[in-house]
Design a protein around this ligand. Structure first.
Ligand SMILES: *[C@@H]1O[C@H](CO)[C@@H](O)[C@H](O)[C@H]1NC(C)=O
Ligand SMILES: *[C@@H]1O[C@H](CO)[C@@H](O)[C@H](O)[C@H]1NC(C)=O
Ligand SMILES: *[C@@H]1O[C@H](CO)[C@@H](O)[C@H](O)[C@H]1NC(C)=O
Ligand SMILES: *[C@@H]1O[C@H](CO)[C@@H](O)[C@H](O)[C@H]1NC(C)=O
Ligand SMILES: *[C@@H]1O[C@H](CO)[C@@H](O)[C@H](O)[C@H]1NC(C)=O
Ligand SMILES: [Zn+2]
Length: 456
């Protein structure tokens, strides 16, 4: 019997297969903030709480960084959760947070931490392109990444030499940034946004630390002129914080970065960041704020201590490889409580598929705009989901119940305003609206009380 007894069925099968043959959906892994802590069992230097030996989970704790066994687990998950990825992007903070840096995290420990996890990934993915970036914790003292050639860039450059290549090593040595090629016409720019950090005392008084802006503009111009497109990835995202009214980036640097990203938004097909250990997005407005020209994704931590609690996560970004268009995020997580209770059967579960979870067709800027708009509704079910996913399904310290009016408004200020002026303005409005509400409430009580007194 022939496999296609019915001709129309054959045609249908052919048509159904066609997009697979032509369009080809692929994916890449976005790893970030995996924070290896080789002193986890012996020192608890990265922990925000104190645990007895029995309490200390084998894979890690929400308030600690993560041991080697965890690092092996996430690399194993990347191998088993899908066919071969198109590439891997790794946005920094490979090294631990420690309380006493001089004792426990000199530069040699930073380099050894990076080397350790780099080796695990190389073993598992010997022929995959990997694009790593440095995080603010990948430095001693932390946050102080140098605006010029340094022993750190030289040493880490050696560890990553085979991944980033000889040509890219030149700029990596100069300032920890470089450009890579995924395939012909599809570029990726890896930035060292730590150079623009408020806390970085080495760069504050400079105009263009390590000439990274100049390089970024030149690269984007080259890509545009060639009719190509690019991804952008780095540790600290453009824009501002969601958990406070502060910014991680110095205003003059932040504004300039935004200007560049807005100007070249038509050739930037995706932006991926980490650092805040929170699952969220940035909507990119032009300077006067009336037009959304792009968006960026911030991935929660693969594993890292957080004051808010949090489960380990792993992000698969799905995309059309031929016309290069982001289609979905499949977010995986490890239930740390469950994994620690039964280490033999520890598993990485699908947390959500973005399109299904938020009811959109893809993860384009237009779709994200819809999702963010839906967050603004009172009792928005999508916002409730967003909060649940924010720290990898952790319900320990940060959940729907604890995100009140001000918390929600603050998060929205962070999502919608990449320009510091507008972000601060947004926060002031939240404060004053909260204040007005209270005044009105007390005013109302006062009126009630007066009426009560009049009546008696
Ligand atoms: C950090 O460790 C060094 C060396 O062990 C020690 O001298 C110093 O007192 C420690 N600092 C703190 C704040 O504990
Ligand atoms: C990673 O570090 C651990 C613990 O310090 C060590 O035993 C192991 O050999 C290292 N592995 C690699 C691949 O560097
Ligand atoms: C500066 O970079 C060069 C390669 O570009 C390297 O050989 C040299 O060791 C670096 N110097 C320092 C101080 O790191
Ligand atoms: C932003 O976009 C809007 C709508 O296209 C336009 O009217 C406005 O001039 C733009 N602002 C800037 C600063 O380019
Ligand atoms: C994680 O596992 C624990 C223990 O099995 C369970 O109580 C909890 O509900 C799980 N969390 C999620 C988000 O599934
Ligand atoms: Zn981190």
């Amino acid at each position: 019997m022939s496999r296609c007894g019915d001709v129309s069925l054959c045609v249908l099968a052919f048509l159904l297969n066609l997009p697979l043959a032509l369009g080809s959906e692929g994916y890449f892994w976005h790893v970030t903030d995996n924070h290896i802590d080789t002193l986890y069992e012996s020192q608890q230097e990265s922990c925000n709480d104190v645990f007895s030996t029995e309490e200390l989970g084998i894979f890690g704790m929400p308030s600690c960084d993560c041991p080697l066994i965890f690092q092996k687990s996430f690399v194993g998950a990347m191998e088993s959760l899908g066919p071969a990825p198109e590439f891997i992007v790794w946005t920094g903070d490979m090294s631990p947070h420690v309380k006493n840096e001089s004792a426990f995290k000199p530069e040699s420990v930073v380099v050894a931490s990076i080397e350790n996890v780099t080796n695990l990934i190389k073993e598992a993915f010997p022929s995959t392109k990997v694009f790593p970036a440095l995080g603010n914790n990948d430095c001693y003292p932390k946050d102080q990444l140098q605006p010029h050639n340094s022993t750190l860039y030289t040493a880490v450059g050696e560890v990553w030499r085979n991944w980033i290549g000889e040509a890219a090593l030149q700029t990596f040595h100069k300032g920890g940034y470089y450009s890579g090629t995924i395939r012909e016409g599809e570029n990726i720019l890896i930035l060292n946004t730590n150079l623009w950090m408020v806390k970085n005392g080495l760069t504050r008084n400079l105009n263009d630390p390590a000439s990274q802006f100049k390089w970024l503009e030149d690269e984007l111009e080259r890509i545009k002129t060639a009719g190509e497109i690019t991804h952008i990835a780095a540790h600290i995202a453009l824009g501002n914080n969601e958990d406070s009214a502060n910014s991680d980036l110095t205003k003059k640097f932040s504004d300039r970065f935004n200007d560049i990203v807005v100007k070249y938004s038509d050739i930037i097909i995706g932006q991926y960041y980490g650092h805040t250990h929170a699952d969220t997005v940035r909507m990119i407005n032009n300077k006067s704020g009336d037009k959304i020209v792009g968006s960026a994704f911030i991935s929660p931590a693969t594993c890292g201590t957080s004051w808010y609690g949090g489960n380990p996560t792993l992000r698969m970004v799905r995309y059309e490889t031929t016309d290069v268009k982001l289609t979905d995020i499949w977010q995986y997580y490890m239930n740390l409580t469950k994994a620690n209770a039964d280490p033999e059967n520890a598993e990485w579960e699908l947390e959500y598929k973005f399109t299904e979870a938020y009811g959109v067709n893809d993860i384009s800027t237009a779709s994200l705009t819809k999702v963010v708009d839906s967050f603004k509704e009172t009792n928005s079910p999508y916002f409730a989901k967003f909060i649940r996913y924010r720290r990898g399904m952790s319900t320990s310290k940060y959940n729907e119940q604890s995100c009140d009016y001000e918390c929600k408004k603050g998060i929205l200020c962070g999502i919608e305003h990449i320009w510091e002026n507008r972000f601060k303005q947004c926060h002031e409005n939240v404060q004053s609206n909260g204040h007005v509400t209270k005044v009105n409430f007390y005013g109302f009580i006062h009126v009630c009380f007066s009426i009560y007194m009049l009546l008696h």
